[in-house]
Design a binder for this molecule. Structure first.
Ligand code: FES
Length: 107
């Protein structure tokens, strides 16, 4: 697990991928975006536009909470209801988060 300064509040993030192992990261609680924080922590996540439009980073919240930092990320109401998010324009808002990543590329 990536380590932050012990005095800095952090969020524990577990990333799961279909057919792959889970990976664990600690990101700063005051991160600007989930994608940026996870990439800085060493995660390998798909991304492209980083503005919430291309959906390359599409992920699904398995547990924990996020909020999007823009009003209209490229998600349908049903996808939002099903827990999908775009980490490039989202922040984690709970102390622990489990995200299923690579959802755009699932068959
Ligand atoms: S990288 Fe394009 S929507 Fe997240």
């Amino acid at each position: 697990m990536h380590r932050l300064h012990p005095d800095r509040p952090s969020i524990a993030v577990e990333l799961t991928q279909p057919g792959g192992p889970s990976t664990h990261f600690a990101i700063a609680a005051d991160h600007p975006t989930l994608l940026g924080a996870l990439l800085a922590a060493g995660a390998d996540l798909p991304s492209s536009c980083r503005n919430g439009s291309c959906r390359a980073c599409l992920s699904q919240v398995q547990s924990g909470q996020i909020s999007h930092v823009i009003d209209w990320p490229s998600l349908s109401a049903q996808e939002r209801s099903d827990g999908y998010c775009l980490p490039c324009v989202a922040r984690a808002t709970s102390p622990r988060l489990v995200l299923r990543t690579g959802c755009l590329f699932e068959s």
